[in-house]
Ligand binder design. Structure first.
Ligand SMILES: Nc1ncnc2c1ncn2[C@@H]1O[C@H](COP(=O)(O)OP(=O)(O)OP(=O)(O)O)[C@@H](O)[C@H]1O
Ligand SMILES: [Mg+2]
Length: 314
């Protein structure tokens, strides 16, 4: 059994016995939230799902010219620093995401791995938080080029983290209403921004989630998503895809078919063991490489793997 399952089971037992739970998503954001994004043994110990079977290329893959990135527009970004610990110069948050990045890198060494879908069973477990902070940390490393896609077309939120426009977005591309260049964006230059932060953000391209509404399920199953990834893959080192809760809607399962790997998020004190199990089960046809135990307040195991991150008080 993986350490993450043990941690979840222990958390559930504590909750049942009336022990103090960690902060829940309903609590105001300025309250302290624990953070433990990447525990090396957690990601490493998860049982491997079967080989990816559904990331086959379309019959006639769309290709984009190598100059297409120069046509992508720059838009204003005003990052929400309180929710982006990976943007800080150093500290616990940066370390945790660096640790997560290392674990994913190890999987890449074993097999072809570039597109990673982030998912979880239920809402508010931290999928978007992990997706955007992981993308930033990947972009910090050797100036890697990262594409961040908000695949939650029903309730997109990554634009809140980046402080960017959310429209046009992925649903506009998938429905054929907009081109790739129209839905993709780079950050506009901001004079007052720290140069090192500017360098990191300049390595990130973003496709927001737009507003897919009721069409989101159909759009997520569209072959255009697979074509999109195939076309942009040569231009990026990493592609991170956020998604909606896998136990509520089918979108994440659909999107995962086109991705090389899936990383599941469990929120300490909130995600129950059965929910984590069911989330993994739903995605069994994809390559689930592991769980991230998010928002850990009290280290349940070896202190060296669990750290505490507190959001800045306003
Ligand atoms: N480790 C953490 N530390 C601090 N804040 C966090 C942490 N994880 C998540 N949050 C905050 O908790 C809230 C919910 O997180 P997030 O939006 O990432 O969840 P989600 O799983 O994407 O939810 P949904 O399924 O509704 O899209 C957000 O306000 C986010 O900033
Ligand atoms: Mg989300």
């Amino acid at each position: 059994m993986s350490h993450i399952y043990e941690a979840l089971q222990r958390a559930e037992a504590e909750r049942k016995s009336g022990a103090q739970a960690v902060a829940t998503p309903e609590e105001p954001e300025h309250k302290s939230l624990a953070f433990a994004a990447a525990m090396p043994p957690v990601v490493a110990d998860v049982v491997q799902a079967p080989e990816v079977t559904a990331s086959a290329l379309t019959e006639e893959p769309v290709t984009v010219d190598s100059s297409f990135l120069s046509d992508v527009r720059r838009r204003p970004w005003n990052p929400s620093f309180e929710r982006l610990p990976a943007l800080e110069r150093g500290g616990v948050g940066v370390e945790q995401f660096r640790s997560l990045r290392s674990r994913i890198q190890e999987f890449r060494d074993l097999r072809n791995l570039k597109t990673v879908l982030i998912s979880s069973g239920l809402p508010q477990e931290g999928k978007s938080f992990i997706a955007v902070n992981l993308a930033i940390n990947l972009a910090r490393h050797k100036s890697s080029k990262v594409l961040l896609i908000d695949g939650d077309m029903r309730c997109s939120s990554l634009h809140h983290y980046l402080g960017s426009e959310f429209h046009p977005g992925l649903p506009d591309y998938l429905s054929g209403k907009a081109s790739l260049q129209e839905v993709m964006q780079f950050p506009e230059e901001a004079k007052d921004r720290d140069p090192s932060m500017t360098a990191v953000l300049n390595n990130i391209a973003f496709i927001p989630g737009g507003d897919g509404g009721d069409l989101a399920a159909d759009l997520s199953a569209s072959k255009r998503f697979d074509e999109l990834l195939t076309a942009v893959k040569p231009h990026f080192d990493w592609i991170i895809v956020d998604s909606p809760p896998v136990l509520l809607v089918s979108d994440a399962v659909n999107l995962a078919r086109s991705c090389d790997a899936v990383l599941l998020v469990a929120r300490s004190g909130v995600t129950t063991f059965p929910v984590a199990q069911r989330a993994q089960q739903e995605l069994k046809a994809s390559n689930v490489i592991g769980f991230v135990l998010n928002a850990v307040e009290k280290p349940p195991m070896s202190g060296s793997y669990y750290y505490r991150y507190e959001t800045k008080k306003e």
